[in-house]
Design a protein around this ligand. Structure first.
Ligand code: ATP
Length: 312
């Protein structure tokens, strides 16, 4: 299908990326196997999946770093392969492994990247602020923590103020606190109206951040929608947890709509698709102390789609 046909099907401008039937094989391994999606301008789009799912290959083809075997990509209305200089100015790319200029401070790194794009120093300062590294401006890159280094590498991808930012596993290998700090940075970038396409193998994170996600496995997209829609579509039971002994097992079992009751490791877990009567019963029995309610997550969606547990 041509670009015009795609656009008329989408019926609107405001489309940042169109990917159609993308395929890429390495030897006899089909790394990307017929991937299609579109990303709207300003959207935060996540490509999720376990290691080896084909996320990086897909991203690199869109960025114009790799040639697909077949299929088409339009990036801001242009074909990214072969590489086009004018497109490079409009996209920011953070690769999985970042390399920096040796012995330069944070500020110097950023100003150097900015000057390569012919951008003034003001933008560099602005990006340092955006990623929360202003205080580290005069620190050498090799003295930064893992999380700070990731933020610097994101700032470098943003140094020329691109319209679309590609981030390949920006939170991999970060401890939970650094990961959460980075979420704020990603949200701030999004608030600037940038289109973000990012890959992750952390499903909880994607659920938190993305407008829409594509779940990939074995080179294919298994599902694509806003995270909440995917979870809702699963119609999985809600689990209500209370300390064991808070309420007699039989009393809970007799509540209408209860699928399963299990007692394990000091916790009573009630699975139900209609939590209201369960909660009412617990309230009547004065058993609400220590109550937890857990809904399905993207991990359950993955399990449902693939039949196997997701190991991040
Ligand atoms: N240059 C290459 N040559 C041969 N095989 C490759 C190459 N790059 C990737 N692969 C293989 O293709 C498959 C998809 O890799 P890809 O890096 O796209 O997946 P991914 O979902 O990004 O995984 P990860 O999170 O580990 O990066 C993997 O099995 C990988 O080993």
């Amino acid at each position: 299908m041509g670009y015009r046909a795609h656009m008329s099907r989408l019926g609107d401008a405001g489309t940042a990326i169109i990917v159609h039937e993308l395929r890429k094989r390495y030897g006899n391994h089909q790394a990307v196997d017929g991937v299609s999606f579109t990303v709207a301008e300003g959207e935060f789009f996540g490509i999720l999946g376990p290691n080896g799912a084909g996320k990086t290959t897909t991203l690199e083809i869109i960025e114009g770093l790799r040639e697909p075997d077949s299929g088409s990509v339009w990036l801001l209305g242009h074909r990214p392969w072969p590489r086009k200089k004018h497109l490079l100015r409009r996209i920011g790319v953070q690769l999985q492994a970042s390399s920096f200029f040796e012995r330069l401070t944070v500020k110097e790194q950023l100003e150097t990247v900015a000057s390569l794009y012919g951008v003034g120093r003001g933008t560099a300062a602005d990006m340092l602020e955006l990623v929360g590294l202003t205080e580290k401006a005069d620190t050498r890159e090799n003295k930064l923590s893992g999380g700070q280094r990731q933020r610097l590498s994101i700032a470098c991808a943003l140094a020329h103020d691109p319209d679309i930012v590609f981030l390949d596993e920006p939170t991999a290998a970060l401890d939970p606190q650094a990961r959460r700090n980075l979420w704020d940075v990603l949200r701030a970038i999004r608030e600037r109206g940038k289109t973000i396409v990012y890959t992750t193998h952390h499903l909880d994170e994607a659920e938190e951040l993305c407008d829409r996600v594509a779940i990939m496995d074995h080179g294919q997209i298994l599902a694509m929608a806003p995270p909440a829609d995917l979870v809702r579509g699963l119609a999985a039971p809600t689990r209500v947890l209370v300390p064991a002994g808070a309420v007699p097992l039989e009393r809970v079992r007799s509540v209408p709509g209860v699928d399963e009751v299990a007692e394990e490791a000091g916790t009573l877990t009630v699975s139900t698709r209609t939590p209201a009567p369960v909660l009412a019963t617990l309230a009547q029995q004065g058993a609400l102390d220590g109550l937890q309610v857990r809904s399905a997550t993207l991990e359950d969606v993955f399990l449902h789609l693939t039949g196997r547990r997701y190991r991040a």
